[in-house]
Design a protein around this ligand. Sequence first.
Ligand code: MUC
Ligand code: MG
Length: 367
Amino acid sequence: MKISAVEAIPFAIPYTKALHFASGEVHSAEHVLVRVTTDDGVVGVAEAPPRPFTYGETQAGIVAIIETIFAPQIEGLTLLEREKAHSRLGRTVGNPTAKAAIDMAIWDALGKTLELPVSELLGGFTDRMRVSHMLGFDEPAAMVAEAEKMVDTYGIRTFKVKVGRRPFQLDTAGVRALRERFGDSIELYVDGNRGWTASESLKAMREMADLDLLFAEELNPADDVLGRRWLVEQLDLPMIADESVPTAADVTREILAGSATAVSIKTARTGFTTSRRIHHLAEGLGVEVVIGNQIDGQIGTACAVAFGSAYELTSRRAGELSNFLDMSDDLLTHPLQISGGQLVTSSAPGLGIEIDETRLHHYRLDN
Ligand code: MUC
Ligand code: MG
């Protein structure tokens, strides 16, 4: 049960379809595979997806901080000393995805050691989640075509539409086209990735007032505290905080300040140990949560569905679990399968996933 090694392996897998949104774009999954090995030979895995435009982490930076700062702090702890690991990683400010991947790899190794699925160790509420698909910037007709493919192929009926362009009509036209094509057979919400000002956000949301949106996420800058509170007061739908709440303390501040009314939980950003704290906090504060996607590959998605299905609150809404569909390949021996609009969490020990060593050898950047 004692952790003997923490490794950080950079890899890159191209996307077949790039995702464009207000704060950036992703063409290749340049992630870091984190492997935690114990003295009795158990190996836990997770992946860290750097989002330089959001948190300032880069692939090289994640490898460096894990190898030089985090691994020496974690090696020697047992798999049950997760709070000690959390406390030691917490001495360093920032670096959310590097910390989260170490935390989740420890949970995976613990589940394998105890021969229990992580999702059941976390809470065991259900074994599946409905899936929400993210539609990046595009022409309205192309967005409708992509949504049709998701409905027909995977049964997905919830869509998060990226917005935040100028003029805002570029985005509202796409959302309207989706509602007109599918009527009330789909759920729709929008995510601005901080692209608009508060007043642009209000104008855009008013233009979409008849489109029955579920949520609006991070429409204007995270540090525009008063603008965000003003928007919450004007809008009659939950405002999700995403980039503005990378920690549990940020969730407390945003919700109590009245500048958000719902929270995106991303396991890629807060692992299992901190996501659990955020879940409990959201439950206590009585706010909705959505399981978000940090543009995860299949390893990260397995983590997100394991966490999301563990609790009633996190499994109530569709989780963002489908970005991996746009990758040309991945690292798992058994690819995740979305069908009937749902993703089932593995019932095998740990995260229930296995790394394909041939694929890892092919895509890793350090050999
Ligand atoms: C999202 O919900 O914002 C895009 C940027 C990022 O940090 O995460 C993704 C998805
Ligand atoms: Mg977001």
